[in-house]
Write a protein that binds this ligand. Structure first.
Ligand SMILES: [Zn+2]
Length: 230
């Protein structure tokens, strides 16, 4: 059962805490801090509250904000520090979309996606791997992809199935029920119990203590190759 709908308190608004042993206590909402990633230079910084426009403290670019939810054909380029969601049936045609987080359950036709932070791929997503730029890649449960070209990113999380050549400078996480195949070169690897790993894996090649970077649960097929160990 979802909780009953309740409007979240606005910034600076004082709300009453539930009655308890202390009686009625008022608490003041502290402004929420949001991460902004500059779409010009990729510098990440924090702001208080949601913003429509801001200036990157590093490259001084003026940055536009705003979120988009797209459920039809889309022909306009987007550059935003907000998020873009392509619902099933959405088609990106011939333009590029740059956003902080992008969620793709639709398809791209001659259009590029640049996720300054995270790209989530949902079942039914169709895209051109040569036109993807991502920092963190998430393959949601039920989604299955074979990537024809190697992908370079920071972190990867797989709940569904992914067959790819991955160079991740950060953490690769394989969730229970997920399947990861291909070749993986990453700094750290975490495999949940029930995650299937059928890949040639190279973990922490740049680390002096590679074994400390691997955490493996009980999966289906593991073939791990750790530099300096046999
Ligand atoms: Zn910048």
């Amino acid at each position: 059962m979802p909780p009953p709908h309740q409007e979240p308190p606005k910034l600076g608004e004082t709300v009453e805490a539930p009655k308890g042993i202390m009686g009625r206590i008022a608490r003041t909402i502290v402004p929420v801090r949001y991460e902004v990633v500059c779409y010009e230079c990729e510098y990440a910084f924090q702001v208080s509250g949601q913003i429509h426009e801001t200036t990157c403290p590093k490259c001084r670019a003026r940055l536009k904000g705003g979120d988009y939810v797209i459920d039809k054909e889309w022909f306009q380029p987007i550059r935003t520090t907000g998020n873009v969601q392509f619902l099933p049936g959405a088609v990106l045609r011939g333009v590029d979309v740059t956003a902080k987080d992008i969620s793709l359950a639709g398809s791209t036709e001659h259009g590029g996606l640049h996720a300054c932070r995270r790209l989530e791929l949902w079942p039914g997503a169709r895209f051109d791997i040569t036109k993807l730029r991502v920092k963190d890649l998430v393959v949601r449960r039920g989604a299955r992809f074979i990537l024809a070209q190697a992908i370079r990113c920071r972190n990867v999380e797989v709940e569904g199935e992914l067959n790819a050549i991955i160079f991740a400078e950060g953490l690769v996480t394989l969730r229970s029920g997920g399947l990861l195949a291909g070749e993986i070169d990453c700094a750290r690897l975490f495999v949940e119990e029930g995650g299937g790993l059928e890949a040639h894996v190279c973990v922490g090649a740049r680390s002096s203590a590679p074994s400390a970077n691997v955490l493996v649960g009980i999966g289906r097929n593991h073939s791990l190759e750790i530099p300096g160990r046999n």
